[in-house]
Design a protein around this ligand. Structure first.
Ligand code: AMP
Ligand code: TRP
Length: 330
């Protein structure tokens, strides 16, 4: 069984990334053979400053290690270190993907809004590169947040279409692993929007590296509703329900239990308790991250080892695909 996922090195890691994706990277590394990578090729779609991209690629790798990805048990690498394999497979898949299905990707529609014809082709083909990332490793399971559901559905369709054209079982059709609770962490200020790197203000986004006082403050000013009852009802009470999910994940206590404990006495105490639980969840990660960032050479060494292992696997899938579609052997 292969597990694989990727995270973009853009703008820092927030609570949504941690709860929706990264903690599942950690729990799944013993379920099978795990591959985790920093998606720096995908980050290029935003044309970041080169020095910033380099810095954030390293710091995102450090974040994965800090949350508990263990390079002895998982293959951790930078996507660009295996760029040749990923992008060659992406080309073949681009010839299988069609314009219509890519045009329907909601992430593309959101990100290209208002850009007209000047939107980059990379932003358009982004999900095909993601398909190559996944299919190159014969991945069975892909732990991601709920926002990646549509991309994963596309990846499954491309794999199935390829197999229908060229032969059964040539590509493994992957399954997304999306948590029922915590798969979509909401913005603390606008609880009907997902928490994201690109919110207008960062008052609703909790960064994993935020100071404890900042985290508490963000939770204390979280938007709830005009009632006083702590009750789980995402449609009617999105703010309170988001906090309940977070408190449940941070304390391991059931949502029912927590709702019963906080009852109908207003939200003040509930918000502070949630903030404190999240501070506790983040504290060891911050400490470990800070340690790891003092030794960039060690981070580079871990990534280099990961790239060697990743390339071996991706190369063998690519050879199989290249021979299948009709290219002459060299
Ligand atoms: P990205 O930073 O967009 O590369 O996302 C990295 C991972 O975090 C992906 O698996 C996303 O689905 C997940 N993710 C991003 N935002 C959230 C959120 N608000 N709630 C849950 N998961 C999220
Ligand atoms: N598109 C994903 C995101 O924004 C990141 C990503 C790139 C990814 N390649 C992947 C996730 C392969 C899972 C598998 O979150």
């Amino acid at each position: 069984m292969r597990i694989l996922s990727g995270i973009q090195p853009t703008g820092g890691t927030h609570l949504g990334n941690l709860i929706g994706a990264l903690r599942h990277y950690v729990t799944n590394q013993d379920v099978g053979e795990a591959f985790y990578f920093v998606a720096d090729l995908h980050a290029l779609t935003l044309l970041p400053d080169p020095a910033v991209l380099r810095e954030q690629t390293r710091s995102t790798a450090a974040m994965l290690l800090a949350v508990g990805v263990d390079p002895e048990r998982s293959t951790l690498f930078a996507q660009s270190h295996v760029a040749a394999e990923h992008t060659q497979l992406a080309w073949v898949l681009q010839c299988v993907a069609n314009f219509g299905e890519l045009s329907r990707m909601t992430q593309f529609k959101d990100k290209s809004e208002g850009k007209g014809d000047s939107v980059s082709v990379g932003l358009f083909t982004y999900p095909v590169l993601q398909a190559a990332d996944i299919l190159a490793y014969d991945s069975d399971v892909v732990p991601v947040g709920a926002d990646q559901k549509q991309h994963l559905e596309l990846v499954r369709n491309l794999a199935q279409r390829f197999n229908n054209r060229y032969g059964d079982d040539l590509l493994v059709v992957p399954k997304p692993l999306i948590a029922e609770v915590g798969g979509r962490v909401m913005d603390l200020q606008e609880p009907t929007r997902k928490m994201s790197t690109s919110s207008a203000s960062d008052k609703g986004t909790v960064w994993v590296l935020d100071e404890p006082a900042t985290v508490l403050k963000k939770f204390k000013s979280a938007v709830t509703d005009s009632e006083t009852e702590v009750r789980y009802d995402p449609a009617a009470k999105p703010g309170v329900s988001n906090l309940l999910e977070l408190l449940h994940i941070a304390t391991d206590r059931s949502i029912d239990d927590l709702a019963a404990e906080f009852g109908s006495n207003g939200y003040g105490h509930f918000k502070v308790a949630t903030g404190e639980a999240i501070v506790e969840l983040l504290a060891p990660i911050r400490t470990r991250y800070t340690e790891l960032m003092t030794d960039p050479a060690e981070l580079d060494r871990i990534l280099a080892n990961g790239a060697d292992r990743a390339r071996e696997v991706a190369q063998s899938t690519l050879d199989r695909v290249m021979a299948t579609v009709g290219f002459l052997p060299r």
